[in-house]
Each structure stands twice: as structure tokens, then as C-alpha cells.
Design a protein around this ligand. Structure first.
Ligand code: PMT
Length: 412
């Protein structure tokens, strides 16, 4: 198995004021173990929690704290420092710092560097749960994510203030894991990819549900292949009994409505969405609170349309590159093409399903269709097929990016 999981080489680590600043010491150590050079920049508030000396010893470089330090500026000016970084990581990122970043402020060294850099910026927020859920913080985050700032966490759990909830800084090991592949040469290096996999279950009563034969194997193989290609993968999975591929963030759901919510919760900063799940098209109009009794010879079920997750992602104003699957028993290409057009997809992977095909098998074959193109991927193990599929998706994604970036010809 190939892996493209090196961390970026030159990391500018911003540390802002918060009790989680102590975790940044462990972060520096782990990043250096991965071979990264780490330049620490602390805000004034951060120096009240941990001394710059600690980080100097761990990073092996003098820590920068102010815009007006003449000796440090003479060695490497702040603009030079902003250019030096392959990646800016702010961990912990306080509510105040996120507000200043969203506002484009340049009122201390770290904020100035963030405004001056062309490197990708990642933030690992850490704050009290109420500060995290405050509308102003949410609005600042939405602004930052909209600008391409990448979010790491936060975790939920017990907090330094004695409360419990969301807002804990992600553990250093998880941050380092998330940064693997950023700056790598994999075909999806550094991209955020959301993938759905497995079946959904639509409950009829407390003990029965409507579902299908999907095992999740295809979607999980795609998640592993995307991770191998350097992507940050969120895998939204229906009920399956498969282990989570290494380095993949997994969200478990049961129903189509839950899958819809989980996909949309992660889609904000996604570059790609791949819908490999076999989502219910219809869901019971109501779920009985008690077990349905056997009272007559015939039982009629009333079903409503379930939300179409794939179409809803493709319809977003800021939509990711959107890839669907089509499971067909007849006229595979014709039906898949119709779905490609109707759901406004960038690419569709069609597979013939039925007895002994695709569902719950170790192998599969796919026909890939996109506007103006097609490619057949012959029958092979789902792991190998997923790698080929991901390579084509990456190629199509890059093509789409290039055409968006084409300058509009000047009017003559
Ligand atoms: O899980 P395995 O056992 O490995 O089997 C793999 C697979 C056959 C399930 C997989 O390869 C596959 O084809 N997945 C898509 C199954 C499906 O629901 O196809 P569809 O043609 O009904 O739907 C078209 C697309 O719309 C799919 O991307 C689906 O995820 C999406 N959809 C469908 C319904 C719905 N309510 N919301 C959706 O997003």
C-alpha cells in the first residue's frame, strides 16, 4: 500500500491565549517527530499561560511574540516569515483570535502573519462551550471557513472551567494525523472529501426497519483510497460492521434524515462529495411507537420520499465537486446518465446490481460518466477499483478547477 502521509515541512505554529496552550508543547514535539520545522509565534496572552522558553527548547528556534522586536525582525522580517511557512497552524485558537482573523485585523504579530501569508491556514479552536456556541463565534467561523481557513475540531468533553461540552482543543496526536497528506503529492493532497457509505435504515416500529443489501464495502474502500491519495476524509456511514479506514473521520448514522444532517454538517469546507451510500428513496410516513401487531391478513405501508442527499449537495450555492453512484439492474448507462443530468452531478459511477453483483461483494466494476466523457473500470477487488476510481475523480476535479480558473476573455 502506498502512503502519501508526510506532514508539511515548514509549519508556523500560532499559539493564542488559553489553558490549552500547554497542549501546544506536545504538538510541537509531535510535528518535529514528523520531520517538520516548527516556528512558534505566540500572542501576548499565550505567554501568560506557557513561557516562550518552553517552546524555544522544544522547537529549537527562537519564539516570536511581537511585531516590534527589532532583533528578531532583523533576523527574519514578518513578511519573510509569512512567506517561509508552508502552512500556518493556530492551536489553540481562542474566540478572540478567531474574531480578529475573521475581521482581517493585523494588530499583533500572529494576526499580521495570517493576513500576509499565502500558505493555507488551519485553526484548532479551544474555548468554553458557551463561547463556542455563541452566535458571534459561529459567524466568525462561517466567514473563515468560507475563505478557505481549515477547521480542526474542536472536541467535546470536560473543560478546564469545570463544564462539559464542545470546545476542547483537539488532541495533538489528532491534529498531527489531520495534517498528514497536507502538502503531499497524492492526487487529492490536502483536499477535504466527504463520502457517504453503507445502507440506511428507516424504522417502521421499535423493532423493524426498511433497508437494503449495502455492506458499505465500496464506500469504505473509496474512503481508504481517498485518504491514501492525501485527502482529509469524513466518512458518513450507515449501519455496517466494517472497521474505520486509518486516518479517516467517521460519523455513524442510521436513517436517511440523519445521513442528510451529518453530510450537511461536514459539507461547508468540503472540496469533494462522493455519495456511495445506498440511501432510502422512501421512508415510512410514521414510525409506530409500539411494535405493529399482526391483526389483519394485509398491511399497507404509507411511505414518503426521503431527502435526496446527493441532489441537495449538488444544489448548494457553494457546492463541492459532486460525485454520485448509480445502482441499476437494467439499462445501466441510460439510467446513470439520466441521474447525472437530473441531479446536476460532476461525475457518476454506475454499477450493475442484483443477485451476485456489487452489493455485499468483495469485487465490483464501474462505468464512470461525466459531461462529455466516460471510462469503464473492469471487475476487480473493491480496494483496487476504489484507487482507480479516486484517480479519475482527482483528474476530473483538477480539470474542473482549471476551467473555473480560466480568465474570461476580454471583450473586443
Ligand atoms: O455497500 P456495498 O455492499 O459495497 O455495495 C456498493 C453499492 C452497490 C451500494 C455502491 O456501489 C452504490 O451503487 N451506491 C449507490 C446506491 C444507490 O443508492 O444508488 P441510487 O441509484 O439509488 O442513487 C443514486 C445516487 O443518489 C447515489 O449516489 C445515492 O447515494 C444518492 N441518493 C439516493 C437516494 C437518496 N435519498 N439520497 C441520495 O443521496
Amino acid at each position: 500500500m502506498t502512503t502519501s502521509a508526510a506532514a508539511p515541512r515548514r509549519i508556523l505554529l500560532g499559539i493564542t491565549g488559553g489553558i490549552a496552550a500547554y497542549k501546544a508543547a506536545e504538538l510541537v514535539r509531535r510535528l518535529r517527530e514528523q520531520g517538520a520545522q516548527v516556528q512558534v509565534v505566540m500572542t501576548e496572552a499565550a505567554t501568560r499561560f506557557v513561557t516562550p522558553l518552553t517552546f524555544q527548547a522544544l522547537s529549537g528556534r527562537p519564539v516570536r511574540t511581537g511585531l516590534w522586536d527589532e532583533a528578531a525582525e532583523a533576523a527574519m522580517g514578518h513578511i519573510e516569515l509569512a512567506r517561509w511557512a508552508d502552512l500556518v497552524l493556530v492551536a489553540p485558537a481562542s474566540a478572540d483570535f478567531l474574531a480578529r482573523l475573521a475581521g482581517g485585523r493585523a494588530d499583533d504579530l500572529l494576526a499580521t502573519l495570517c493576513v500576509a501569508t499565502e500558505a493555507p491556514i488551519w485553526v484548532a479552536p479551544a474555548m468554553n462551550r458557551l463561547m463556542w456556541s455563541n452566535v458571534a463565534t459561529r459567524a466568525n467561523l462561517a466567514t473563515l471557513v468560507g475563505r478557505g481557513v481549515r477547521l480542526l475540531g474542536p472536541d467535546s468533553g470536560s473543560q478546564a472551567c469545570g463544564e462539559t461540552g464542545e470546545g476542547r482543543m483537539l488532541e495533538p496526536a489528532a491534529i498531527v494525523e489531520a495534517l498528514r497528506g497536507v502538502g503531499s503529492t497524492g492526487a487529492l493532497a490536502g483536499l477535504n472529501v466527504v463520502i457517504s457509505a453503507g445502507p440506511t435504515r428507516e424504522p417502521l416500529d421499535p423493532v423493524r426497519f426498511i433497508s437494503n443489501r449495502s455492506s458499505g464495502k465500496m464506500g469504505f474502500a473509496v474512503a481508504a483510497a481517498a485518504r491514501e491519495a492525501g485527502a482529509h476524509v469524513t466518512l458518513v456511514s450507515g449501519p455496517v460492521s466494517l472497521p474505520t479506514p486509518a486516518g479517516v473521520r467517521r460519523v455513524d448514522v442510521e436513517t436517511a434524515a440523519q445521513m442528510y444532517a451529518a453530510v450537511h454538517a461536514s459539507i461547508g469546507d468540503a472540496d469533494l462529495y462522493i455519495g456511495a451510500a445506498a440511501v432510502a428513496d422512501y421512508t415510512p410516513a410514521c414510525c409506530e411507537s409500539q411494535k405493529i401487531k399482526k391483526t389483519s391478513d394485509c398491511l399497507e405501508l404509507s411511505l414518503h420520499r426521503a431527502p435526496d442527499i446527493l441532489a441537495s449537495v449538488a444544489a448548494l450555492e457553494r457546492r463541492p465537486f459532486t460525485v454520485g453512484f448509480a445502482a441499476e439492474t437494467t439499462e445501466v448507462e441510460k439510467h446513470a446518465l439520466a441521474k447525472l443530468v437530473r441531479k446536476r452531478l460532476d461525475l457518476i459511477a454506475a454499477n450493475e446490481v442484483g443477485t451476485d453483483r456489487a452489493f455485499d461483494r468483495e469485487d465490483n466494476a464501474l462505468l464512470l460518466l461525466w459531461p462529455g466523457g466516460r471510462r469503464e473500470l473492469a471487475l476487480k477487488s473493491k480496494a483496487d477499483l476504489a484507487r482507480e476510481f479516486v484517480a479519475v475523480v482527482a483528474e476530473r476535479y483538477r480539470d474542473a478547477q482549471r476551467s473555473v480558473a480560466q480568465p474570461v476573455p476580454a471583450a473586443v
